[in-house]
Design a protein around this ligand. Sequence first.
Ligand SMILES: [Zn+2]
Length: 177
Amino acid sequence: MILTAALVVLAIVLEPLPPYAPPSSAEIEMLKQRLAPIQHLSFAAGYEYCGYLGRRGNGAPGFTKILRGHHNGCTPKVPGEGFGLIASLHTHGAYDPSIPAEFPTALDMRSDRREGVVGYVATPGGRLWYIDSKAMLAVEICGPGCLPQDPDFHAGDDGEIAERLSYAQLLALDAWE
Ligand SMILES: [Zn+2]
């Protein structure tokens, strides 16, 4: 069974990845600054936190209120009129050796696609992921420690992690849970 699963995963890994639209460096910088304090909150509380990046009526980018979610999920509140959604953002809580959290889930990608936004995910290891929900591709913007890292984080628990993951690959990774 394990061999079969490995062959299926290998086939998915070899599948060509779709092209995607990278975010601007200004947007990435905004996200890093906003996520840094939320990372510390996530580690202390052990919960996911989430919100949206959007554009106000005057065109200025801004964030919605960041909400506390659960141990394994967080649903941001959709703001009212006059705030155009650009991206969702959420953390993956505190480090837990029993939960693979160093990459987005397939559900993260589906939610972004349904809402017509791109997504950003911060992991306990301090990785920042970008989800292009049109291309259905997750891209690691920067690796462990580029955002604040949970002091308890232990590298390598989730195995080798590719820097780009398709939806099919995320589904395969979910299946390992
Ligand atoms: Zn997630």
